[in-house]
Design a protein around this ligand. Structure first.
Ligand code: SAM
Length: 276
């Protein structure tokens, strides 16, 4: 299985939490460049911390903005080093934020990704239909200082060296209707309930489901450096990809482990083929 053969040579600074079917979950810090010592990634689907003051257990989500950008630069550079030449990065980030001063988070992270080597391909706008945010008006019915909030997030898509994929199984599992719908870069589906999943900021399975089917072949290695409740790993396993992830917080690792064990159903992959 590719999971054992190629990947996880270095054990530096990470603890194995779970190996199950084609999934490997580690507790560790994705800003640590020593976590992996050789490229293994075909596709990254991830949502990093947004630095919007979410009450995570193990990381401060309220850094000074420059410190947040320095952290972002580090994990983006690490992921670049751990990626195969034709790897892709689908990065779910906010468009912007207002709390603690207006910041163009999406464009800042897109610029930093390119500065560390990632090449820009396109951006998908995810309309998550969250109308509850429409209460911060700034100055009500006045041009004095109105606030405009877009109830959307971005999925910025980048690649390492070459966009055209010539490696891997060459087996796509996307249907005609999915391809037609998802190549329109406005995606509309609801967010996930934090309460239901037991994590403060999960994304819905639909997000990695679309990214994995659109951007990877069956058998590819999908990586999430910010596993949270494990959504990307669950979907990758169920789509017959190899799924590898890192999460810094031990409690979220346990939530992810529990979800992976109860919500995955795909068969084990051997040499890119699903086995009984
Ligand atoms: C936005 S959440 C990811 C949610 C995930 N997509 C899901 O569906 O559950 C970001 C996660 O990154 C984790 N995290 C923060 N800093 C980290 C780091 N340096 N290395 C690894 N994980 C980190 C947080 O604990 C949090 O679980």
């Amino acid at each position: 299985m590719r999971l054992q053969a190629e990947n996880i040579a270095s054990q530096e600074g990470k603890k194995e939490i779970l190996r199950h079917q084609n999934v490997a979950l580690y507790q560790g810090d994705s800003a640590n460049p020593l976590l992996f010592d050789a490229p293994f990634i075909d596709l990254i689907v991830t949502s990093p911390p947004y630095n919007v003051g979410i009450d995570y257990n193990s990381n401060d989500d309220d850094l000074a903005y420059d410190d947040y950008l320095a952290f972002s630069r580090q994990w983006l550079a690490n992921c670049y080093a751990w990626s195969n030449p034709q790897a892709r990065l689908a990065m779910n980030v906010p468009l912007d934020k207002n709390k603690g001063g207006a910041r163009s988070v999406g464009s800042d992270l897109t610029r930093i990704a390119q500065e560390v080597g990632w090449k820009y391909q396109f951006t998908i706008v995810w309309n998550e239909g969250n109308i509850s945010r429409r209460t911060a008006w700034g100055s009500w019915m006045s041009a004095s200082a109105p606030t405009v909030i877009a109830p959307v997030e971005l999925i910025v898509v980048l690649y390492k060296e070459q966009w055209k994929k010539t490696n891997g199984s060459r087996r796509s599992d996307i249907t005609r209707d999915e391809f037609m719908a998802w190549t329109n870069g406005l995606w509309t589906f609801n967010g996930e309930s934090a309460k239901r999943v037991g994590h403060p900021a999960p994304f819905p399975k639909e997000l990695p489901y679309r990214c994995i089917k659109l951007f990877s072949y069956v058998g590819d290695v999908v990586f999430d450096p910010f596993v949270g409740s494990g959504t990307t790993l669950i979907v990758a396993q169920n789509l017959n990809r190899v799924a590898i992830g890192v999460e810094i917080d031990p409690t979220y690792c346990e939530i992810a482990k529990r979800r992976i064990l109860s919500e995955t159903d795909a068969l084990e992959l051997i040499n890119g083929e699903a086995q009984r």
